[in-house]
Ligand binder design. Sequence first.
Ligand code: FAD
Ligand code: FES
Length: 256
Amino acid sequence: MKKLCQSKILKNEQLADQYWKLVFDCPEIANEALPGQFIEVYFDHSLKIFPRPFSIAKVEHDALELIYKVIGSQTEIMASWKPGETVQILGPLGNFFVISDDTKTHILVGGGVGLAPMVFMSEVLKEKNFLFFCGGRNGREYFPEVHDPVRRIISTDDGSVGFHGNVVQCLEKEIAAIETPVVIYACGPEKMCEALKYFGEKHNIPVQISMETIMACGMGLCQGCALKTYDENGNDKISLVCKDGPIFKGEEINFG
Ligand SMILES: Cc1cc2nc3c(=O)[nH]c(=O)nc-3n(C[C@H](O)[C@H](O)[C@H](O)COP(=O)(O)OP(=O)(O)OC[C@H]3O[C@@H](n4cnc5c(N)ncnc54)[C@H](O)[C@@H]3O)c2cc1C
Ligand code: FES
């Protein structure tokens, strides 16, 4: 059940270039959160500014961690927050990744800041066999806390760190050697998610994708997060990412 909490900031640290880690003390949400779920972060009690959605990147006892990229007005404000300040957050929201016991290898794919929910997945899967592919544009999107080269397979578009190419090309290179059956869990830029949908179809691998569309209300009221999808008979449908997602099966998403 989602909770609206006034949560104390425990840490707000820069990880790399535009990447930050924000940790809240929030037992109400931390104790219920599942990987793939997100929270809404509020900036204004009068709601003149819409809250912003962020995936839960880690849960440790009562603490809830986000990894965020500074890209605009509100994430810039987030980067100025200090430990001890209190922020209103709502969560856990949305559906979560479905983990099947029949899977031999769990493949996590995070593109850019899309690695955030995959960090949470990697914690939940730590007793199982998983591979974590992290893709970034260049070395400025690389931070050792997450991109530990022993535990991650890293790619950068410019080749400055790890495999030279995008994360789907990197996965294509490795896939033949990976023990099956396999499931792919992914989050990242839309082009990456689209490529993974077709990668899954080509290799007959189920893909679960967390879609990070722009959101406004975050609670199914404004239609701001509408996503073109297919129903089980292949007919066109409109889904709401905040209410029906953020996680969809690859075959459900109509990338147009
Ligand atoms: C379910 C979900 C989970 C998310 N998890 C994370 C996360 O873990 N870490 C993280 O850093 N971000 C995450 N995001 C994206 C995050 O919500 C946006 O980056 C944030 O709202 C930007 O706010 P802003 O005020 O700084 O930028 P704004 O000023 O609102 O926007 C700046 C620019 O970024 C574009 N933009 C805004 N939101 C998105 C988006 N979702 N995708 C692509 N472009 C966008 C705008 O169109 C604009 O051009 C998530 C989004 C969703 C829907
Ligand atoms: S953000 Fe308003 S309906 Fe999803």
